[in-house]
Design a protein around this ligand. Structure first.
Ligand SMILES: O=P([O-])(O)O[C@H]1O[C@H](COP(=O)(O)O)[C@@H](O)[C@H](O)[C@H]1O
Ligand SMILES: [Mg+2]
Length: 572
């Protein structure tokens, strides 16, 4: 028998008691006999809330997504809701995506809340995550849950938790809820549903959400311009199929081609290697269709429909993928321009992004005299800003990882409204004799040429996690002094909350919550950030370089070479 840590064995033994069903116990016994490594990985820790909820591989164990871990989460949240909202009727909305087990796990979660005398509003079929965020507010719920692991591989599932304002859990609720969950034994979970408390809510909310999306994502585009835009859309086997085509149609877009082979929801994501619009390969089929059909724009959303990938035609007519930063700057500039045109900018608005996104968005925002706010990675931080600054109005929020939020009617990134917004921009620009690509080039001319690239390294399991933490430690112990021949002038360490000025050695405090992120800034304006992903077993390096020349030509190849040199220097 191979050695297994006694602490882990103690956890395992708990799962071999009658609280757990026979099948679960049997699987564990098999793992003890044949797969000690898998056993260790499944039990060495509890699942944690990361950047976008709790995610994990489906299977048995404390570190896996299954009915017991999600049941315990739900029981913990139910207990917490009773403490936070005494004497109030409690209501929770629940949605789920296209993944294996999502529907079944959603019912388990609904059962647990109902067993705790909490009214549950459950969607009877898959729905986009942003629709759930919207529904929490619309239905006056104190909490909302989506069963999804976003764009992770098929073996994953997850649990995104929304609070009363429609945003995902943030401090102090997150830590308090985790404490509540960790205080529970699995035997404390009430699984016996009170079916009369579970209500299906589909059509009323679908209508309200679709209308709100059209209202928030439309910007006076002439109908002829809409008719003149040919769109290819793919749902990549996910939830957006239930909403995006309908919203585009309601908004007046009649020239929309769907990638039929990818329209059917499927948790295996059979036609893609990864259903992540960040991966160029994900839009391959959509690009082929667009080529054949001579479409102007290609859009694809991730399985839970909160992020989107966009491709547009460049000056040579070739389809080109925009990265998340490029899509964000175009959308942000367009929104600011619209607000300005309508005379709505009065110093009480703000635009938001994250510390690992392009610095270009700050310049753009401030050039309109609008406040720019930056949070840690994750849209939950942008939603928190909306909650923390009720006197300010959010124009839009975006980040490098292909997410955008238009206004604050949804308190999370929303690929439904963002898809419509992208089409509005494309239709208007085409109508003006330009294009989205041309628009981006104009922005580079005005604000400087920027190029960003993300490099992710996958490191799985317990060992992988240790390696990632060691890499971060080593970057702290031997910080970069020079990057591509340019001196590092500032290092921000979000774990200690300190920003170190390398020129004079002075240290200042940063006022964001603690997080394992390091950012290096160089004299020539480059920015390199490193952090462990909070949703996948990866370490991420975000590179941003730029140059400002009088030349009105964006030399992407030159900036790309610079990024390549940096990658070589950092062994990426
Ligand atoms: O995965 P999604 O679409 O729910 O998105 C979530 O995770 C992304 C990646 O986070 P990380 O870099 O920690 O993996 C974040 O950028 C995003 O704001 C968050 O909502
Ligand atoms: Mg997602």
């Amino acid at each position: 028998m191979i050695y297994v840590d006694p602490k882990i064995l103690e956890r395992v033994n708990q799962w071999l008691t009658p609280v757990f069903d026979q099948k679960t116990q049997h699987t564990i016994k098999e793992m003890i006999a044949y797969d000690p490594e898998g056993l260790e990985d499944s039990f060495y820790r509890n699942l944690e809330f990361g950047t976008g909820g709790m995610r994990g591989i489906m299977g048995v164990g404390d570190n896996r997504i299954n009915k017991y871990t999600l049941g315990k989460n739900s029981q913990g949240i139910a207990n917490y809701l009773y403490k936070q909202f005494p004497n109030q009727p409690l209501k929770v909305a629940i949605a789920y995506d296209c993944r294996h087990n999502s529907k079944e796990l959603a019912k388990v979660v609904a059962d647990v809340f109902s067993a705790n005398n909490i009214t549950v509003y459950l969607f009877s079929n898959l729905r986009p995550t942003p629709e759930l965020s919207f529904s929490v507010k619309e239905l006056g719920c104190q909490c909302g849950i989506v069963l999804t692991a976003s764009h992770n591989p098929p073996e994953y599932n997850g649990y995104k938790v929304y609070w009363q304002d429609g945003g995902q859990l943030v401090p102090p609720q997150d830590a308090e809820i985790i404490a509540e969950i960790n205080n529970l034994q699995y035997g404390h979970v009430k699984f016996e549903a009170r079916e009369e408390l579970i209500h299906f809510v589909d059509s009323a909310l679908d209508e309200a959400f679709a209308k709100a999306s059209v209202k928030n994502g439309s910007f006076n585009t002439p109908q002829t311009a809409k008719d003149n835009l040919k769109i290819v859309f793919t749902s990549l086997h996910g939830t957006s199929i239930t909403m995006v085509p309908k919203v585009l149609e309601m908004a007046g877009y009649n020239n929309v081609l769907l990638v039929e082979e990818q329209s059917a929801p499927d948790g295996d994501f059979p036609t893609v290697e990864s259903p992540n619009p960040e991966e160029p390969e994900a839009l391959k089929m959509a690009l082929e269709l667009a080529e054949n059909e001579k479409a102007d724009i290609v859009i694809g959303t991730d399985p839970d429909c909160d992020r989107l990938g966009i491709a547009v035609r460049d000056t040579d007519g070739k389809l080109k993928l925009l990265n998340g930063n490029q899509a964000m700057v175009v959308m942000s500039h367009f929104l600011l321009e619209q607000w300005k045109k309508e005379g709505k900018l009065n110093g009480k608005q703000f635009l938001a992004s994250t510390i690992v996104s392009t610095p270009m968005v700050k310049d753009i925002t401030e050039s309109y005299g609008v406040l720019y706010k930056e949070g840690l990675t994750g849209f939950k931080w942008i939603a928190k800003m909306v909650k923390d600054f009720p006197e300010l109005e959010l124009i839009g929020g975006g980040e490098e990882s292909f997410g955008y939020m238009v206004g604050d009617f949804v308190r999370d990134k929303d690929a439904v409204t963002a898809t419509l917004l992208a089409c509005e921009i494309a239709a208007q620009k085409k109508n003006e004799g330009s294009s989205v690509y041309g628009y981006l080039q104009e922005l580079y001319k005005d604000y400087g040429y920027y190029l960003e690239q993300l490099v992710s390294m996958v490191k799985k399991g317990k060992k992988g996690e240790e390696e990632i933490l060691a890499m971060m430690r080593s970057l702290r112990e031997n910080p970069l002094k020079e990057i591509d021949g340019s001196k590092v002038i500032r290092i921000e360490d979000y774990q200690s909350g300190k920003s170190l000025n390398m020129k004079d050695g002075s240290i200042s405090e940063m006022d964001l919550p603690r997080s394992n992120v390091l950012i290096f800034y160089t004299e020539d304006g480059s920015k390199i950030a490193a952090r462990p992903s909070g949703t996948e077993p990866k370490i991420k390096f975000y590179m941003s370089v730029n140059e400002r020349t009088e030349d009105d030509h964006y030399d992407a190849a030159k900036l790309q070479k610079k990024i390549d040199r940096i990658k070589t220097e950092l062994n990426l």
